[in-house]
Design a protein around this ligand. Sequence first.
Ligand SMILES: [Zn+2]
Length: 391
Amino acid sequence: MAQKKNNYTQEKRAAKKAAKAIKKSKHPILITIAIILVIAIAVGLYWYFFVYKKKQPDPIQTGDLSITFFELGNKYVGDCTLIKVGNTEVLIDAGSKQNSADTLVPEIKKLCTDGKLEYVIATHAHEDHIGAFYSTSSRPGIFESFECGTIIDFPLTRKEYSASSVYGRYVDSRKAEVEAGAVHYTALQCWNETDGAKRSYQLSDDITLNILYQKYYEEYDSSKSAENNYSVCAMVTQGTYNYLFTGDLEKEGEESLVEKNSLPHCKLFKGGHHGSSTSSTDKLLSVIQPETICICTCAGTPEYAKTNPAAFPTQECINRMAVYTDQIFVTSLATGVDWETCKWDGIVSMNGIITVVSDGVKFSVTGSNNSTILKETEWFKENRTWPSNGK
Ligand SMILES: [Zn+2]
């Protein structure tokens, strides 16, 4: 830029010199044309660097892709995933409770060093996915702690709005974020590309974030798994690698997802609904044939189960996943579980924070605690069995 400024000053001097020369010259027309040309070039350069260039957005930085599945700072199941491509981040969900913000905000800040989350997706209205977005008087949530670009969330919910409910607080804090400059779309607006929303967002030259369609974006679910089936579904594509995120989508939603999209094979699938028996159905798995599955859960927790086999990740779910891959990773492990009372003390890391890194060819999965695949863990050997038709 300094070089251009020098050029500009030099051109001005040249123009003055030329003006003096014109008086003495025997060819005033030629000199006049030369002066006009010099001035035109100077004006052109000024417009290019100080008007046109300033209007152009910064180029998206190309870089490797990383996907981080966080632990949530308490003993409850939930989701929080950060996808990072250069300086562009996509945050999917912020669970499990409001106090998870104490753990999540500093962890996300380590990765999102410019303080801006370009995209935020809230999959559905359950606390274990939106609890840490809003702030309390003593604890800032994700929205307050980061500048957000585009917020994409669920078109439908059966939750009643009330200012004190988790859902109400989420909505109020999302609105505050929009007043501060964020843009908000529902997944249906994205799919229909209305009001400026898009189905596909470019994260870098060769990496895209794609919002997928499923019928519960516009159809109420009467089953008891309502809310889960309203989950926003997204796929990140990096060359031939695909990474699928379906929130807590259940069987019926997965069926619709398969019918309404031509889903490719997936390098990675975030295990559906924390490893529940009602998600990650064969209808979906047989199409995406996942090579790696990361499950955000506390293995063996009684939080949503009355018996050990029903605890996440369930035997049923493992049986279905095992047909396609043994590369299954789990964030946390419940401790001090008492099935008589369905109580538990807390959690420890299983794999811990799981980080997936890929350049589109090389692909790695690393746990902050260890990188042991599920079937090789002590918990699995004591509580689950690997099916005979498994990988
Ligand atoms: Zn959930």
